[in-house]
Structure formats: structure tokens, C-alpha cells
Write a protein that binds this ligand. Structure first.
Ligand code: CP3
Length: 344
């Protein structure tokens, strides 16, 4: 249960001086790696998340290959809501699909509270991982209430979030009850991970960028704040990330984050002006840049590192997850470049 305080990753999250800018990639454990595709053959996504042996191996694969400064626990944002009673599946190429979406008050009963024993497999996997990882910190994560609610209400991925927004604006009491329950589940799920030994947590509000700042502050932020401030005494850095969140960066920091994740649309110096001087940033190379040839990767990486210097701490990452088609060798080279350019 010890946070790896001396690691460049945790130090950058805390805004402390580092020997080099730490780097890891969202979705580093996954389909860009042939060894991942091999080990997943014939095993469903949810099943693989429930098998500590597989979780351990898949989490370690990108650490071995790329020399990243942190591991991210292999799981999915819908794992805790499946453990809390919702019938769902993760369909390859589509994402989470919920058998019976939540649309009315009477549906809420199907989403019960989460107790730590529901996710014993997570505690077990993290225990195995901490032993293997040594000095490399492990990042735990969860989906934020809004992003989880969008899957539960829509029944699957959405481009417009029509049903989600219809409930948010049209049935605010039901909305608030649902998000409050999701906040409790998320907080319990992250507590389990902290108790098992992760060195940081990331709250993914991937789809919050669909909202205006005013609506985010009114309908979403109190619930995300309940999760993030609920972890204040846990002593681990808290990262808060979303896509398309340029107008939300300040509020996402205020919600209780130590580090704000920034997508590729906002340069890190501009993001830092919005977020303020008290929080570190994470990001934000466009994942598509990795397909544009090495010269471009190098130029853009140097730009991101230079702009990241205006923040009190910078954790290098992509602006969103690694695309499945990415050449893993480009990722390995990128890690070496970040270390070399930023190293003292
Ligand atoms: O390497 C890591 O980052 C750790 C593992 C991880 C997964 N999902 C594994 C996964 C993490 C951190 C997530 C988070 C997640 N899941 C988010 C937030 C991050 C983001 O990208 O914004 C979201 C929105 C989900 C929901 C979800 N699960 C989607 C949209 C998909 C992709 C659908 C597809 O197949 O393209 C999934 C499936 C999923 N989660 C896969 C992986 C490795 C692919 C499934 C497979 O390999 O069969």
C-alpha cells in the first residue's frame, strides 16, 4: 500500500522536479500489441478482466516492450457496473452494450451498490502486479459518472448522447439519483484499487466534452467531485481526463484533480493558463500523428514537451488512447525520444 513517491511519474503528478518527463499511453495495454491479440484469442473482454493471471500479463506487456514510466491496470470502465448487477457485454469493435438500458426510476434498482467483495479479482490482480512491477508505478482507473451513465442510458456507444441529455434536462431527479449511485460505485471501485496498492488513479470522463461548461458544472461536476474529493485522504495523485474538453478544463481541475488530462485540441501552455498554476497536466500528442512518419512524430513531440514546460508538472501521453492500428515500434521509439529530449 505504498505510493511510489520517488518515481518520475508520481513526482510529475505532484509538480515536483523530475530527472525526465515521464510517459505512458492511454490504451497502451491492448490491440496495438501482437502479444495482446495472441493472449486474448478465444477469451471475451469481460472474462479477461476477471482473470488475475491475464490481467497481470496484459498490464505488463507494454511495460516490458516500451519502457514506459507507468503501467495502467488492464480492465474497463464498465467492469464495476457489471459487478454491481448490470447485464452488459463488451463487443469487439463496438464497445460496451447494455442489455436493458436505464431509462426510468424503476430501472435504477438493477444498479445496486458495489461492495469490495464484488471485485475481489481486482484486488488479487493488483497484488500480483505490484510484486512484478517493482519501481514502476501502477495507475488504477474508473469511468466517471457521466461517461458511465451515457452507456447505461443509451445502451451502447453514441455520437449524440440524445437519450442521455434528454434525461439530464428532462428528468433531473432521476438523473441525479443515477449519477449519485454511479459516483458511489466509482468511489468504492477506486478505493479497492488504492487499498490494493496502485500509485495513482485516473478518472475517465471521456465523453464529458459533449456538454457546455454551465451544464457540466450543474449536472455532472458535483458527482465527479464526490469521487475525486472522496479520495483526497487516500494520498494518491488523481488524474481527471476527457476528450473535447477545452471549455471544461478549469472545472475538471476544480472537481478535485491533481492532474488534468488534455486532448490534442488544446496546446498544453494554453491548457495550463485555463487550469491554473496548482495542477499538473497530462497529454497531449494526437494519436494520429503516430501514422505520419517519424520526422513528424519527432517535431510534434518536441512541441508538446516544450509547451508542457509551462505547467508545474507534465506527464507525457497521447491526447486519447492508442489506435489499434498503431505500429508498436513507433511507441517504443517515442518513449525513448521523450526520455532523451527531457532528460537532464
Ligand atoms: O491500456 C489501457 O488503457 C487499460 C485498459 C483500458 C481498456 N478500456 C481496455 C479495453 C482502459 C483504461 C479502458 C477505459 C475505457 N473503456 C474508456 C475510457 C478511455 C477512453 O478511451 O476514452 C471507455 C470509454 C471505455 C469503453 C470501451 N471499452 C470502448 C469505447 C471500447 C472500444 C471498443 C472497440 O473494440 O473498439 C472498449 C473495449 C476495450 N476496452 C478494449 C480494450 C483493450 C478492446 C476490446 C478487445 O481488445 O477486444
Amino acid at each position: 500500500m505504498t505510493v511510489l513517491e520517488d518515481s518520475p511519474f508520481v513526482r510529475a503528478c505532484r509538480g515536483l522536479p523530475v530527472t525526465h518527463t515521464p510517459v505512458w499511453f492511454m490504451r497502451q495495454a491492448g490491440r496495438s500489441l501482437p502479444e495482446y491479440r495472441k493472449i486474448r484469442e478465444g477469451v471475451g473482454m469481460l472474462e479477461s478482466c476477471r482473470r488475475p493471471d491475464l490481467v497481470t500479463e496484459i498490464t505488463l506487456q507494454p511495460v516490458r516492450r516500451h519502457n514506459v514510466d507507468a503501467a495502467i491496470f488492464f480492465s474497463d470502465i464498465v467492469v464495476p457496473i457489471a459487478a454491481a448487477g448490470i447485464d452488459l457485454d463488451i463487443v469487439a469493435g463496438t464497445g460496451p452494450v447494455v442489455a436493458e438500458p436505464i431509462r426510468a426510476e424503476s430501472d435504477l434498482a438493477r444498479l445496486r451498490e458495489l461492495v469490495p467483495a464484488d471485485v475481489d479479482f481486482v484486488t488479487e490482480a493488483i497484488g500480483l502486479l505490484i510484486a512484478e512491477l517493482g519501481k514502476t508505478p501502477l495507475i488504477g482507473f474508473a469511468g466517471a459518472p457521466f461517461t458511465l451513465a451515457s452507456y447505461l442510458i443509451e445502451g451502447g456507444p453514441s455520437r449524440t448522447y440524445l437519450k442521455t441529455k434528454a434525461m439530464m434536462y428532462g428528468a433531473p431527479d432521476l438523473w441525479s439519483a443515477l449519477l449519485s449511485r454511479l459516483a458511489d460505485i466509482t468511489l468504492t471501485f477506486l478505493r479497492v484499487q488504492v487499498d490494493a496498492g496502485v500509485s495513482a488513479v485516473q478518472l475517465f470522463d471521456s465523453w464529458a466534452g459533449a456538454l457546455s461548461e454551465a451544464d457540466y458544472r450543474r449536472y455532472v461536476m458535483p458527482h465527479s467531485a464526490k469521487v475525486l474529493t472522496g479520495l483526497l485522504d487516500a494520498g494518491v495523485p488523481r488524474i481527471h481526463f476527457g476528450v473535447g474538453t477545452a471549455v471544461l478544463l478549469e472545472a475538471m481541475g476544480e472537481a478535485g484533480a491533481d492532474v488534468v488530462g488534455v486532448d490534442w485540441r488544446t496546446p498544453l501552455d494554453e491548457a495550463t493558463r485555463r487550469i491554473g498554476p496548482d495542477r499538473a497536466v497530462q497529454g497531449n500528442l494526437d494519436p494520429a500523428i503516430l501514422f505520419a512518419g517519424w520526422e513528424t512524430v519527432e517535431r510534434e513531440t518536441r512541441r508538446v514537451l516544450a509547451q508542457g514546460k509551462s505547467a508545474p508538472g507534465h506527464v507525457f501521453n497521447l491526447g486519447h488512447g492508442v489506435m489499434p492500428e498503431t505500429d508498436p515500434e513507433v511507441l517504443t521509439r517515442l518513449v525513448a525520444l521523450v526520455h532523451e529530449v527531457s532528460g537532464s
